[in-house]
Ligand binder design. Structure first.
Ligand code: PSU
Ligand code: MN
Length: 329
């Protein structure tokens, strides 16, 4: 780890063109092989309203720390790619986003955001990129981007999926958001060579991929795993032993007490999707539009849920990262 990290830094310095700002605490953790968990920031800038976004960002970092790892929130601050934000920077980002002054940054938006000196929330795709550059292998978030409903016609396929096919970072989430076509998303991930497994700690048969707000999605999970040690072993074999340069997805079903019923939420989602079509919303604006419509229609219930899942996933990711660092040392 230490060597790979050094090699990476020196090769990027040699190119002289790229400098990612990794916090001292994270550098130190990586150099001493302590577990680190990455966190994204599009959920701060475009996923949740202010001030819940800032509160959630702080809470999720706390959960990672309480469980024994170092949190690494990724973002662009004034055009600089950052891995690990201070509370002040987190607040700045959340406030700038509230004023509409933060870009949603996926792979294609990186160079532009830097050249312009903009602030940016990183999607799953760009958080994977920054994490990999820093040497972080495990990343926690709420819901994955995917193939949107009607994606076979609109070609609206999240760059999260292709990034998972090309970058060796493992994402711990509550499945693809139920605003998406989960069947098409799973097909696309299979083509990209991305492992998808769902946490199954009670020996359930026919384990389904969770649908973000719901425990079930109607789609069978390609695989399941019964412990966080097993998840770590999958990462270790896939990425360390076989050196496969692609990501893995570990789905954690939302806890029963905070999950929403799928009949309730699917009606809300259908209406939000129809509204998006009527208003001609597409591209990078579609996901934030749908999420805010759903928040409106559920009187904030979806936001509450979203936050609970992120915290729950952060706990799982921390345990996976801890087990992985034991396998590596
Ligand atoms: N999950 C959430 N809220 C979000 C997102 C995911 O609960 O805001 C973000 C993630 O950052 C994900 C992005 O990478 O939405 C996907 O956007 P798109 O479909 O435009 O690729
Ligand atoms: Mn899209």
């Amino acid at each position: 780890m230490l060597l790979a990290h050094r090699r990476l830094l020196s090769s990027s310095q040699a190119r002289g063109s790229f400098h990612i700002d990794i916090s001292e605490e994270i550098k130190h953790a990586l150099n001493s092989s302590k577990p680190v968990v990455s966190l994204e920031s599009t959920i701060i800038t475009h996923g949740l309203p202010f001030p819940q976004n800032f509160e959630m960002a702080k809470q999720v970092e706390e959960v990672v720390r309480d469980n024994g790892a170092i949190p690494a929130t990724c973002a662009f601050i004034d055009g600089k790619p950052r891995v690990g934000l201070s509370e002040l920077s987190l607040k700045y980002l959340a406030e700038q986003a509230n004023k509409g002054k933060a870009n949603k940054v996926s792979r294609r938006d990186i160079g532009y955001t830097m050249a312009k000196g903009y602030n940016g929330g990183t999607t799953i795709a760009s958080t994977m990129i920054l994490s990999h550059m820093a040497g972080i292998k495990v990343f926690a978030t709420g819901g994955l981007g995917g193939v949107h409903k009607g994606g076979q016609n609109s070609f609206d396929v999240s760059a999260d999926l292709t990034e998972l096919g090309r970058t060796p970072v493992s994402v711990v989430c509550s499945g693809p958001k139920s605003i998406l076509d989960i069947g098409l998303t799973l097909e696309f991930l299979e083509t990209q060579g991305v492992f998808v497994g769902t946490y199954n700690d009670d020996g359930r048969l026919d384990v389904e991929v969770p649908g973000f707000y719901c425990r079930e999605s109607g789609y069978r999970s390609p695989y399941d795993f019964s412990s966080f040690e097993e998840a770590a072993s999958i990462i270790h074999n896939h990425n360390n032993i076989m050196s496969l340069n692609s990501g893995n997805i570990f789905c954690i079903p939302p806890p029963r007490e905070s999950a929403l019923s799928s009949s309730f939420i699917s009606k809300v989602i259908d209406r939000a999707n129809q509204e998006a079509i009527a208003q001609n919303i597409s591209g990078k604006n579609l996901t934030p539009f749908l999420l805010s419509k759903i928040a409106e229609e559920t009187n904030g219930k979806s936001v509450e849920c979203n936050i609970k899942f992120v915290l729950n996933n952060a706990r799982a990711a921390t345990q996976i990262a801890t087990s992985l660092s034991k396998l590596e040392n």
